[in-house]
Structures are given as structure tokens and as C-alpha cells.
Design a protein around this ligand. Structure first.
Ligand SMILES: [Zn+2]
Length: 242
């Protein structure tokens, strides 16, 4: 398996990736309560695994994946009773963190930088950071995608959904399915309830998680190719590609 992890390269090894106009993915997760049955690293785990799988499988474009941003924007989960574990940054801290990380990647010569978001509460902020990077750093080529809205993924989720009507929700059918695939030892289905979550985790299966994972990774690989080919250039408009 080729190594796609940014943090494992030596300083002399980046040059080949810069010369190849590599796509650099910054996974953006969260540490946030996910009901009684899922670990608080659920969002980070999902987007990081997806980014790494796409980077490892794609042959025609060089891709590097940064260590995931594990602190997201989750103020709505800090006040919940009997729901410890959330670590949320403030609004401006989170925006500045993403700005600084992307600006460092850019400073080394990378021009194709992509945030891959895995937490609903981050979505608007991550998209807005694109404008912030343009305004403050004159960096206009960064793109952002949220994994469950990548092309073809909503349709796949809709087609296999039994209870959540295809929505990602929160600790519901699909996040639980993905965690049964990715971190089964950290999932406790005996306490999975349709309460304190957004969606119904009881219909989750690892098989369903596998279908979603494959659809997301395939779609992300296509997006990486399109981004590398210049398809999104001069697009300063934040948009969901669906
Ligand atoms: Zn989540």
C-alpha cells in the first residue's frame, strides 16, 4: 500500500508531490457525543478513513492526506445532559485553525487543497473559510466537500435506507453503519436507541456501511480527478456538488 499520509513524509519527499500538482486533503472532523452507542471520534473517523481510502486507491493523481482536524464546531452538543465528551472550538478559533493549516500547505507550493468535512455543524464554516482564505491570504483555489453530499452519494443512501430516508442525521442509520464497518469494537449496539440521536441507529449494519463507504470513496476519487484536471478553477462560489 502506498503511503499517502502527510505526517509520515520526510521534508525531502514533498518535492515530488508539489511537482506533480498533488491534491492535498485536509479531513475536518469533530470530537462530539454521538449517542450512547458510538464513540465521540465518529465524524473524524469517517472522514479520515474515506480520505485515506480514496488517496490510496487513486492511481492517476498524486494525493496526500493531512492528519485529521479532530476539533470541530459543536456548541450545540455542549449543553446536552448526560452527554459528555464533546470538545468544541469557538467559531473564530475554528475558522482560524482551518485558515492557518490550509495556508501552510499552500506556502509549500501545493495549489490543490481540499477540505473533506465529516460533521454537519462544520459545513457552513468550512465553506466560508474558502472566502476567508481568498480575502486574507489571496488563496482562491481551495475547495470543500462534505462527504455525504458528494455526487451520487445521496441517491445511494436514499436507495438503501430503511428508516432515515437517506439522511446522514446524527448517530443514526448511516453513521452507525459506517462505524460498524470502520470501528466495530467501539460500537455498542445493545444501547443504540432512537433517542439523543438524529435518526434511527437500530437498522444500521456493517454491510450497509460498506455500501456507503464504497460510494463515497468512488465519488471522492472522481472529484479529486476533476479538481486536478482544473474543472473547479475560478470557481469562487461555495457550492455543493450535487
Ligand atoms: Zn456525526
Amino acid at each position: 500500500m502506498k503511503n499517502v499520509q502527510w505526517e509520515q513524509l520526510k521534508r525531502t519527499e514533498f518535492e515530488q508531490y508539489i511537482a506533480a500538482d498533488a491534491v492535498v486533503i485536509i479531513p475536518v472532523g469533530a470530537t462530539e457525543q454521538h449517542g450512547r452507542h458510538l464513540p465521540v471520534n465518529t465524524d473524524t473517523s469517517c472522514c479520515y478513513a474515506i480520505a485515506r481510502a480514496a488517496a490510496e486507491r487513486i492511481e492517476d493523481v498524486k494525493v496526500l492526506v493531512l492528519p485529521p482536524i479532530w476539533t470541530g464546531y459543536s456548541p450545540h452538543h455542549m449543553q446536552m445532559a448526560e452527554a459528555a465528551g464533546t470538545i468544541s472550538l469557538g467559531f473564530h478559533t475554528f475558522a482560524d485553525l482551518l485558515t492557518d493549516v490550509a495556508a501552510c500547505v499552500y506556502a509549500h507550493g501545493f495549489r490543490r487543497i481540499m477540505f473533506l468535512n465529516g460533521h454537519g455543524g462544520n459545513t457552513a464554516l468550512v465553506q466560508a473559510v474558502r472566502f476567508k482564505l481568498g480575502e486574507e491570504k489571496q488563496i482562491s483555489s481551495v475547495h470543500c466537500f462534505t462527504y455525504w453530499t458528494l455526487p451520487d452519494v445521496p441517491e445511494l443512501m436514499q436507495s438503501i435506507s430503511e428508516t432515515d430516508k437517506g439522511h446522514i442525521g446524527h448517530a443514526g442509520e448511516f453513521e452507525t453503519s459506517l462505524q460498524l464497518l470502520l470501528q466495530p469494537d467501539l460500537v455498542d449496539m445493545s444501547v443504540a436507541r432512537w433517542a439523543g440521536t438524529l435518526g434511527d441507529p437500530t437498522t444500521a449494519t456493517a454491510e450497509k456501511g460498506g455500501k456507503v463507504f464504497e460510494a463515497v470513496v468512488t465519488s471522492l476519487m472522481n472529484v479529486i480527478r476533476r479538481y486536478h484536471a482544473g474543472e473547479y478553477e475560478d470557481s469562487r462560489v461555495c457550492r455543493k456538488v450535487i
